[in-house]
Ligand binder design. Structure first.
Ligand SMILES: NC(=O)c1ccc[n+]([C@@H]2O[C@H](COP(=O)([O-])OP(=O)(O)OC[C@H]3O[C@@H](n4cnc5c(N)ncnc54)[C@H](OP(=O)(O)O)[C@@H]3O)[C@@H](O)[C@H]2O)c1
Length: 413
């Protein structure tokens, strides 16, 4: 379908917490970026005007669009003007479907920040055939969930192929260090996910299945669970505790393998955990973090404690301060082993806090990669993952412009 595309990107949800950081990043990146043409959208003109004002004089050129995502006609008009819609409107399971349907139908490319795996599964089931027909490239999970994990595995597999000529059929991602906060929008998405899981046994079942986003049936009992139990990791020689983001990252990494025709191996296995150190202190740390996670999930599942918690936690639109974002960082380690027993380690780091400062830069670069580096001839319509659609092009962008590093560590066998 031919359309007069005025913009490379439109940021929908610009007036939200992450949306604002994405805009600030794109403006600061503007001087070095060549020919990027973007606009912002939200449901309130007053809030859009306030955002433009707060962004300073260099934002004066930005066009604003008032769009409520429930208004399908307005969403269609928005999509008719841009190559890529970048959505930071969440919780996605509550507000995201109309936009995905319109993008899939009109052939408009789309990136978002969802970590809601049950919703991603529903969108793939409902709209993948339509996107394949229209040419729309839909890429969910373009933030800290799940790009460092997905591209970390992609990078490790390239190093493994280069070094050993075979993929790593077993990969473990371990969070070595991380510092960051949480926003009201993320809390709202987590609460909605827990409520959906309580209400619907099929959702609970889906959340336990690491292959939930794969199109071929796989035997999930042969794969480690997405939330692995507290255990001693013999390779790292440290205790590990479940990493909550594994609930979305593991299904995305497994889908990336499926979309690349099993390039990581038919029996590829992947899990994630947080390193808490060796010995008794490491065990206590791992158990303490697990109990805290279980307690938080329980408190958010029960109405009175949920109400109490939402009074003290950040509200939608709120999140870590700019200083907290700047002080944040993360360091992820990926250990992989090939079928013939070779192993290697890869390190992925990011400056700024993972969920906001870093996520905003990652999302913006993913959207630019889709708009600038991926003509239809190199990537057809469909529901892609970050690794299967962007691969090395995005790794390069993230290293050059978003404060990430991807390096091979010196520990081969
Ligand atoms: N993947 C990751 O690593 C990652 C990291 C951070 C956040 N996230 C996710 O990103 C999402 C946004 O987070 P956030 O902290 O920025 O949330 P937020 O501050 O609450 O922002 C949500 C945005 O959605 C807009 N919105 C809500 N309903 C709308 C409607 N009907 N039509 C148009 N716009 C509507 C809000 O508009 P108003 O401004 O008018 O209220 C606001 O701009 C959440 O789902 C969160 O879980 C993911």
């Amino acid at each position: 379908m031919t359309k007069p595309l005025q913009y490379d990107l439109i940021i929908l949800g610009a007036t939200g917490f992450v949306g604002g950081i994405v805009c600030r990043y794109l403006l600061s990146h503007w001087e070095t970026a060549t020919g990027e043409n973007w606009a912002i959208a939200g449901r309130s003109q007053a809030k859009l005007d306030h955002l433009v004002q707060s962004l300073g004089p260099q934002a004066a050129h930005l066009t604003t669009f008032v769009v409520d995502v429930e208004d399908e006609a307005a969403v269609i008009t928005l999509c008719s003007q841009t190559k890529v819609v970048v959505s930071t409107v969440g919780p996605y399971a509550l507000y995201g479907e109309t936009l995905v349907r319109v993008c899939a139908t009109t052939g408009t490319d789309y990136c978002d920040l969802t970590g809601e795996v049950q919703w991603v599964q529903q969108m793939i089931q409902k709209y993948e055939a339509i996107a394949q027909q229209s040419g729309a490239r839909i890429v969910h999970c373009c933030g800290f969930d799940s790009i460092p994990s997905d591209l970390g595995v992609y990078y490790l597999q390239r190093q493994s192929q280069r070094r050993w000529g075979e993929p790593c059929i077993r990969v473990k991602m371990r969070v070595k260090t991380v510092q960051g906060g949480i926003s009201g929008g993320t809390i709202a998405s987590g609460i909605n996910l827990i409520q959906e899981a309580i209400a619907d046994p099929a959702t609970r079942q889906a959340l336990r299945n690491p292959y939930i986003l794969c199109f071929k049936p796989n035997n999930e009992s042969d794969h480690p669970p997405t939330l692995i139990p507290v255990q001693n990791d013999s390779f790292f020689d440290e205790w590990i505790t479940p990493f909550v983001m594994a609930g979305i990252n593991t299904p995305i990494v497994l889908r990336s393998n499926a979309l690349q025709n099993g390039a990581y191996g038919e029996s590829f296995q992947y899990d994630e955990g947080i390193l808490t150190g060796p010995g008794i202190a490491g065990w206590l740390g791992a158990q303490g973090m697990k109990w805290t996670l279980d307690l938080m999930a329980l408190a958010l599942a029960i109405a009175p404690s949920r109400w109490l918690l939402t009074q003290v936690l950040p509200q939608p639109g709120e999140g870590p301060t700019e200083a907290e974002q700047q002080q944040g960082f993360y360091d992820l380690r990926f250990w992989g082993q090939t079928a013939s027993g070779h192993s290697l380690m890869v390190k992925v780091t990011g400056d700024q806090d993972p969920g906001y400062g870093s996520t905003a830069k990652i999302l913006a670069q993913a959207a630019l990669c889709l708009a600038k580096d991926k003509p239809q001839s190199s990537l057809q319509g469909g529901f892609w993952t970050p690794a299967s659609s962007f691969g090395q092009d995005l790794i390069q962008r993230l290293v050059d412009h978003a404060g990430l590093t991807f390096t091979e560590e010196n520990c081969f066998k």
